[in-house]
Design a protein around this ligand. Sequence first.
Ligand code: FAD
Length: 282
Amino acid sequence: MTRTTPNVSFEFFPTKTEAGHEKLLNTARQLAGYSPEFFSCTYGAGGSTRDRTLNTVLQLDSEIRIPTAPHLSCVGDSKAELRDLLIRYREAGITRIVALRGDLPSGMGISGGELRYANELVSFIREETGDHFHIEVAAYPEVHPQARNFEADLANFVRKIKAGANGAITQYFFNADSYFHFVDRACKLGADVPIIPGIMPITNYSSLARFSEACGAEIPRWIRKQLEAYADDVKSIQAFGQEIVTDMCERLLAGGAPALHFYTLNQAEPSLAIWNNLGFKS
Ligand code: FAD
């Protein structure tokens, strides 16, 4: 039996240097060969990457010719600044957007913007631009780190969908059951939209551990212990990481995940290794 190739998308971050930007473009060219549904590009909360995100999105969309979704976060940005970006994206023919609250860098405080939560940003985008944009929001199968509890976080997620979001991309996780549980509960509360699992390839244990701690993603003990045991053996970390993340993607797709969204960190190989392991044709 032939398996249908699922949709795939790839996320980048805008870089500070020309060399970094060239690398990003090369990565994007390589990944474009896999016919992704879309690329996305992150946004530094408070507008720290406003121009770089805008320029990167427009370049990926027009030169690499893959529809590219800017991330847009509301914390720290005024309505006028957000409106200006929405108009520029709409005029450039961008039709998809990832709407977030964002996290201000420590020290900037949390009071900057006029919109406090992502549901307010979704409403704002709808008020300003109607149905022009396909809007995705963030979902947290393992609970957002600042949420009171799972139920409160789920209710806030549903609020974003009711405000007009078309779908969601999850924070990464290494436990497929947390994803299935979240999707099931969201669906029962009426948030019956595509929820795309965010996939983080494992390439380096210490940075993964640090980042996971900050964003509330759990590295299960058996994975952590194995990665710790490999110490500086990068090859073994990557081989083990590829194996377990590929297995998880198999399970996610078999269980009905609508697509896969890879956090590339601007590198092609780690995501492609997993995608190729899955055995779909590009
Ligand atoms: P929200 O949905 O607003 O939720 C934030 C917290 O507030 C949660 O704990 C929620 O339960 C609670 N909450 C939500 N609404 C309400 C309400 N109305 N009343 C009370 N409490 C509420 N960050 C960036 O800075 N730039 C990026 O480009 C970026 N891209 C991301 C992409 C993806 C796919 C994901 C999963 C995350 C991304 N992030 C990015 C990180 C994200 O900005 C942080 O996780 C941030 O802390 C929360 O953003 P959110 O949009 O989920 O916020």
